[in-house]
Design a protein around this ligand. Structure first.
Ligand SMILES: NC(=O)c1ccc[n+]([C@@H]2O[C@H](COP(=O)([O-])OP(=O)(O)OC[C@H]3O[C@@H](n4cnc5c(N)ncnc54)[C@H](OP(=O)(O)O)[C@@H]3O)[C@@H](O)[C@H]2O)c1
Length: 254
């Protein structure tokens, strides 16, 4: 039986690449979406066309009753849930310095980020504990470690997510459930293509040991490995996928 793996927010962006990659590694992938049903169905077709197995499931992962329905549906269909990639971009960053940031925007970023992790984690823990195995991968960001560039809200939220993951690791490891944060740097996605193809992209490429900007496939490859329960002992920690920024310059200056 293939591992049953849920990827939240997988209709586009990094989630779509992660879903495709997991499909090629033999997972049955549940492609979660909030509103992009047609795009999610397209990702399912991509996975099936490549010889894999997938299905799509709509749910707002910040809504606990929707999350309950999502996970209950997976358990009804498959009898288990082996891995979850907590990826949905539930709170896009309001890039701004503190002086220009409203409490409303700051709070929306922090609570939206954590709601997308809290409800799904709580809901999958009981079945994973009953199985004696489970793997949860959280999509963090190197923004948790760098200051400047208006990253205050985003960095605070991703830092809180990493701390949340450490607590989950501590509470669940002896039940067979382990967690990892994958923290990408800036990635070229449809949403960031305009920036990545300009001066900012040139700086990112120059400050990377790779000599190029990150592509979604770079992140997807790391997440697909991170979702393997064989990495059980690598729990409560963060895998950076940043193209070597910290190696060369100790982090971005802007
Ligand atoms: N892109 C980067 O450079 C980068 C760098 C570091 C970390 N990250 C992290 O990687 C993750 C994915 O980023 P991305 O840029 O690929 O995201 P994205 O393209 O902006 O969004 C991905 C998906 O998230 C879904 N989503 C949003 N709110 C949701 C909700 N409440 N419930 C279910 N799905 C929801 C959307 O679904 P619908 O379309 O169905 O509404 C969307 O398709 C995020 O956690 C982000 O912080 C991204």
């Amino acid at each position: 039986m293939p591992p049953i793996t849920l990827v939240t927010g997988a209709a586009r962006g990094l989630g779509a690449s992660i879903a495709r990659r997991l499909g090629t590694r033999g997972h049955h992938v549940i492609v979660n979406y909030r509103s992009s049903a047609a795009e999610a169905a397209g990702i399912v077709r991509d996975i099936e066309d490549a010889g894999g197995s997938a299905s799509s499931a709509g749910a707002d992962v910040t809504d606990p009753s929707a999350v309950d329905g999502l996970v209950s549906g997976i358990l009804a269909a498959h009898g288990r849930i082996d891995a979850v990639v907590v990826n949905a971009n539930t709170a896009p960053p309001p890039f701004a310095a503190l002086a220009d940031l409203s409490w409303t925007d700051f709070a929306a970023k922090v609570t939206g980020e954590l709601a997308g992790a809290f409800h799904i984690t709580k809901r999958v823990l009981a079945p994973m504990r009953a199985q004696g195995a489970g793997r949860i991968v959280y999509m963090g960001s190197t923004a948790a470690d760098y200051v400047g560039g208006g990253r205050l809200a985003h960095g605070t939220a991703k830092s809180a997510l990493a701390t949340f993951a450490r607590h989950v690791a501590a509470e669940t490891a002896r039940d067979g459930v382990s967690v990892l944060v994958v923290a990408p740097g800036a990635v070229r996605t449809p949403a960031t293509a305009a920036i990545m193809d300009g001066e900012r992209g040139a700086v990112l490429a120059r400050e990377s040991v790779l000599g190029r900007v990150l592509e979604p496939e770079d992140v997807a490859a790391a997440v697909a490995l991170a979702a393997d329960p064989a990495l059980h002992a690598a729990t409560g920690t963060t895998l950076r996928v940043d193209g070597g920024w910290s190696v060369l310059v100790g982090g971005p200056s802007s």
